[in-house]
Each structure stands twice: as structure tokens, then as C-alpha cells.
Design a binder for this molecule. Structure first.
Ligand code: ADP
Ligand code: ASP
Ligand code: MG
Length: 409
């Protein structure tokens, strides 16, 4: 008998038929003698619909109330999955984040899991129940309902698996696993049998939305090995785990794309110590997530700082920076560029292979695709390009590294 934690995403519970499918998959595991905890997302589209309603009523809805509202999406689906299991004569109990003992910290709508007290889940499991746990939510120490950021059910599942010391953790979704690029964009993308935490983390944080990046960070920290697989078939998926020696033989593991990015460039900055700090801390205070950062000195001896962010944050960033710009002097100002996207190549093999950037830029150049900002890490090269060309760019780079052919380690 194994203790299996599964996570079913929005599309996997997106209709009553899909919920019946989830129930019958869980029943099979129960019939084979396993204990099951299923962490469930809201039915697909529900979270977006709730956000749209909130925004229709109020331009800037209270984040506390958003948490109260959004948590209802998962509450619907846990009860429905539980009822579908009862229909199959499987004992099942649903638990909300609070009942599952998920204690969170941080600002509303961006909660982090602090700890999980799984006593009630253990009790229900010991009594022979399947436990259906609401993803994406927890409760703060002050008793407030709290959500974990978009895609947060992945984090709930990994954290629940860690807290229960589960034997297996599976993320069930609408694709067969993690591919070398989004299979909706690159048709000949290949499923990877295995990927390291670091690669998955870099891919997730650069737009590969099959996993929420914070959930991968959590899995790495607590050593939770998990598998991404389909809720619609029994094909083996992708195992996300510690890196091992064979993995470095693959130079590029995958290509990620992230749309709806924007660039904000602050110009005319005096070239003095402390300037970058004042700009970035003001953006941090406004809770704007900055992605790429570059700085250079223009021919007039003044500095320019460019940062990228989600395009939704551009207005907020400009407003937050106004007072700082005023203090920087007459020559300071800013430029903005929306309609850009980010393309990233990720692979731990980059540590031991050179020439990756050259090959990537050559492929883009030959396809007539212009590159904006470039940043690198030990295992990633990322560039901004015009959003209209992002899909073509992904295909070109994917082909340049033979990702459609190369055997994956
Ligand atoms: P869920 O609702 O199950 O959480 P998501 O929509 O969050 O599912 O994630 C699954 C989607 O992620 C897939 O439908 C796919 O289009 C997208 N995706 C993006 N990049 C990749 C990739 N490299 N491999 C697999 N899926 C990817
Ligand atoms: N329902 C939430 C969302 O749509 C959480 C999740 O599905 O993981 O972001
Ligand atoms: Mg998801």
C-alpha cells in the first residue's frame, strides 16, 4: 500500500464528465489498495471568471476580498469530486485549505505555505477515506483566507506530499508531461522522461506554465520527487528530480516562452553609487516583480537602467517611479516598450558546453528575428523579442538545438 498525492488541474476537473473521470481514476488506486489524497484546482475558467467579476465591480479590488472570492473556486470542485466518488461507493471527504491544516504567510493573493498540520488528513485517511484537498488556498495565522498565486494548486500538492511524506506525488494535467517546448506552440516538441529541479525551475519561472515555479522551488527544498502526467491517459509522464551525471550530456533541455512582457527604461541617471538601489527598491515597495535588469552608460556619461516586467504592471511601475525620477534631476526620464515577449533556452548542460548563445542568436538572426535585451544565468539564456514573432522564434530555436530529435537523458 502506498500513499499517493495527486493534483488535478483546472482542465482535468473542467466538466462533470472530467470530474467523473477523476473519480474513476482515484477509485482504481483505492481498489489497488492505495491511500489517496487528491489536491484539486477550480474548474477551468472559474478563477478567471471570478477575477473578471471582481474587476467589473471595482477597478482595484481589495486583495483580502479577492482571496475570499477566489478560494470558492476550489471549494466547489473538492465537493463535486467527493460527491462523484461517493457515487462510485468510494469513501471520500473534502477538506478546505484550513481543514487541511495549510498555514500560510505573506500578502493577500500571494501567499506562501509556512507549514502544514496534517492531523485531520491523517485521521480521514486512517478511517479509510480518500481525502480531496482544495488547492491554491490556506489560512494565515490571523485567520484570513489566503490564496497562493496563479497556478498555486501545484504548490499545495507538493507541500501536502511533503507534509504527509507521501510515497508518490503526481501532477495530473492536460498534457502527457513536460515537453521540450509548449506543445501548443511547437508541434514536434518531445516529452522529456526526466528533468532536474533546477531546469524545471528555470523553465517554470520563464513561462513554462505546466508547473508553478514556486512549487518547484518547494519540491527542490524538501526533496519531493514528482511526476507530471496526463489525467486523460496512462502514459508515463516526466519525472522531476535531483540532477544526476547523465543529465549534463544534454546541452539544452527545453525552450520557454513568456508573452505580455514590457520594458521600462529609466534614462539620464547620474552615474553615482546608490542610484540602482533607489530605483529598484521603489519598484519592490510597489510589489512589482522585475524580471530582467540591465544597466549601461550612455555617451553623455549618464546611466540607463532597463527592467522588464509583466505588461499589466507597467502603469503601476511608472507611477511608482515618478517621485524617484523627479529626484534624479532634469535629465532623467523614462521610455517604455510593450508588446514584447521573452524566449529562454534552459539546460544544465550549458555549464559544461560553450557556444550556446552564439548558436541561439545565429538561428534567430537567420530567421530575421531581432533580439532586444539579453540575460544569462548558469543554465539559461533569455532574450526579449517582438511578441508577434515569439512562436516562430521558439520553433526556430527548438529546431536549431535539434530538440525534436535529440534523445533526452
Ligand atoms: P492545469 O490546469 O492542469 O494546472 P496548466 O494549464 O496550468 O494545467 O498547464 C498545462 C499547460 O501547460 C499545457 O496545456 C501546455 O499548453 C502548457 N505548457 C507550456 N509549456 C509546456 C511544456 N514545456 N510542456 C508541457 N506543457 C506546457
Ligand atoms: N485556480 C487557481 C488558478 O487558476 C489555482 C490553480 O489552478 O492552480 O490559478
Ligand atoms: Mg497549472
Amino acid at each position: 500500500m502506498a500513499l499517493i498525492v495527486q493534483k488535478y488541474g483546472g482542465t482535468s476537473v473542467g466538466s462533470l464528465d472530467r470530474i467523473r473521470n477523476v473519480a474513476s481514476r482515484i477509485k482504481k488506486l483505492r481498489d489497488a489498495g492505495h491511500q489517496v489524497v487528491a489536491v484539486v484546482s477550480a474548474m477551468s475558467g472559474v478563477t478567471n471568471k471570478l477575477i473578471a467579476m471582481a474587476e467589473e465591480l471595482n477597478n482595484d479590488p481589495s486583495e483580502r476580498e479577492l482571496d475570499v472570492l477566489l478560494a470558492t473556486g476550489e471549494q466547489q470542485s473538492i465537493a463535486l469530486v467527493s460527491m462523484a466518488l461517493h457515487e462510485l461507493d468510494v469513501d471520500a471527504v473534502s477538506v478546505t485549505g484550513r481543514q487541511a491544516g495549510i498555514v500560510t504567510t505573506g500578502s493577500h493573493t500571494r501567499g506562501k505555505i509556512d507549514q502544514i498540520n496534517p492531523d485531520l488528513m491523517h485521521k480521514y485517511l486512517d478511517e479509510g477515506n480518500v481525502v480531496i484537498c482544495a488547492g491554491f488556498q490556506g489560512v494565515r495565522e490571523d485567520g484570513m483566507i489566503h490564496t497562493l498565486g496563479r497556478g498555486g494548486s501545484d504548490l499545495s500538492a507538493i507541500a501536502v506530499a511533503a507534509a504527509l511524506k507521501a510515497d508518490t506525488c503526481q501532477i495530473l494535467t492536460d498534457v502527457d508531461g513536460v515537453y521540450t517546448c509548449d506543445p501548443r506552440v511547437v508541434k514536434d516538441a518531445r516529452k522529456m522522461p526526466e528533468v532536474s529541479y533546477d531546469e524545471m525551475l528555470e523553465m517554470a519561472s520563464s513561462g513554462t506554465k505546466v508547473m508553478q515555479s514556486r512549487s518547484v522551488e518547494f519540491a527542490k527544498k524538501y526533496g519531493v520527487i514528482f511526476e507530471v502526467r496526463s489525467s486523460l491517459n496512462d502514459n508515463p509522464g516526466t519525472i522531476v528530480t535531483e540532477e544526476h551525471d547523465n543529465m549534463e550530456s544534454v546541452v539544452i533541455r527545453g525552450v520557454s516562452i513568456e508573452r505580455s512582457q514590457a520594458r521600462l527604461t529609466i534614462t539620464g541617471i547620474p552615474d553615482e553609487p546608490g542610484m540602482s538601489a533607489s530605483i529598484l527598491s521603489c519598484l519592490a515597495e510597489a510589489e512589482i516583480n522585475i524580471d530582467m535588469i540591465i544597466s549601461n552608460i550612455a555617451h553623455d556619461g549618464l546611466a540607463r537602467h532597463s527592467v522588464t516586467m509583466h505588461s499589466n504592471d507597467l502603469g503601476k511601475a511608472q507611477a511608482a517611479l515618478k517621485p524617484v525620477i523627479a529626484k534624479l534631476g532634469d535629465k532623467a526620464g523614462f521610455e517604455t516598450e510593450a508588446g514584447i515577449a521573452k524566449l529562454s533556452c534552459v539546460g544544465i548542460g550549458m555549464r559544461s558546453h560553450s557556444g550556446v548563445a552564439a548558436k541561439m542568436f545565429e538561428a534567430l538572426g537567420e530567421a530575421g528575428i531581432n533580439i532586444g535585451i539579453i540575460t544569462t544565468s548558469e543554465i539559461k539564456i533569455a532574450v526579449t523579442i517582438d511578441e508577434e514573432q515569439i512562436e516562430e522564434a521558439a520553433r526556430v530555436v527548438h529546431a536549431a538545438f535539434d530538440l525534436d530529435k535529440a534523445p533526452q537523458a
